[in-house]
Design a protein around this ligand. Sequence first.
Ligand code: CTP
Length: 410
Amino acid sequence: MSGPPGDLVARLRALPGMSLLLPALDGLAPAHLVGGAVRDLLRGERSVDLDLCTEHDAHELAGALAERLGGTDRRHERFATATVSARDLEIDVARTRRERYPRPGALPEVEPAPLAEDLGRRDFTVNAMALGLSGEELGRLRDPLGGSEDLSAARIRVLHERSFLDDPTRLLRAVRYEVRLGARMDAETERLVREAVNARALDTVSGPRVRDELLDLLAEAEVPDAVARLDELGLDRALHPALEADASLAAGAALAALETGADRVLAVLAALVSRSPEQLRPWIDRLGLRAAVRDRVMRAARSGPALTEALAVERSPSQLHELLRGEPAEALALALALGAPAPPVLRYVADLREVRLEVTGAELIDAGVPPSPALGRALEETLRRKLDGEVSGHEEELRLALELAGGAQR
Ligand code: CTP
């Protein structure tokens, strides 16, 4: 084996945290950096995630590292892994392993194995490289599967025929790496994608595992390209027959998310769901999103199209406020993506959304108005007039609200 290329060692040393980590590893069981961090290092980018592996006891290594770095370690029994947290570093440590999938789509059963086998169990060649972190191995690249060549050729390639059947989340990962790395699957990998789609491989994966990969995919900067690939490969229909990956709608939603303050990922997800929200409701439920997030997505998917129509009619500021106030920002983004006129939406976002009364209900009560629905209505009406520019300032609001509340009582 040739010696480590100097610039790899230099790049390794320049990674955040390495000035602490490399000396801390000195004299401990040999460890390698693996997965995405190595891929990103070769591309001249810095990964935030540091994944380490060792052919020895990972819990022991993590414990020793935590002690030397003055941090803590958490052990996870299932895959013999551990996480070390120290200062602002978070390092995952795993024992090199082989995997066996008890059934397609299930989490694998694992047992210790040498590094080369650990690399061979991974998703794509570009993620199947390791970089030595100590002793003679420092800065030495282990790349038995041709990952660096594929990286240079911008090629996403699986390591074996069953990869997508064993772990169908890799179908979404393949698209993510295509768009992230500006890469393309090789013909054989794409054939295997289509085969796994036809075999309905994604049906074997739990909702939360699909969710994690899907949200990561939709978080990519080039999300329209990702959505276009979902469509081309039939992955949208494989996720659910009613899911329609429309790249231009996704692009519109992603752009409009910026203008409306919406969460970009959720706006794009709402766009995907918006063609058939009722049919897709059970699928969204299965993803196991937090309830508040799920409700935002569903509300946006349902409201977006209706708002597009409603916004075509000209409205006063208070009417606009009334129409949009209960809607999540993702609904506004989707409405814009669907062709709603921009001026009223942007006006609402910039000038109306945050408008609040200065006068409070408590002040009205202090002034002798009894608590009642009439008081609430008086405040609502005061807000309406404020939005339309008929009152401004605390004093005017108070006077109007008292008048309205008094009138309502009589
Ligand atoms: N991996 C895999 N199959 C999966 C998930 C992960 O083989 N379904 C392997 C890959 O080698 C991957 C590594 O585990 O590089 C770590 O997974 P993850 O953290 O999801 O990917 P990274 O490449 O580290 O991170 P990212 O893609 O976000 O840069």
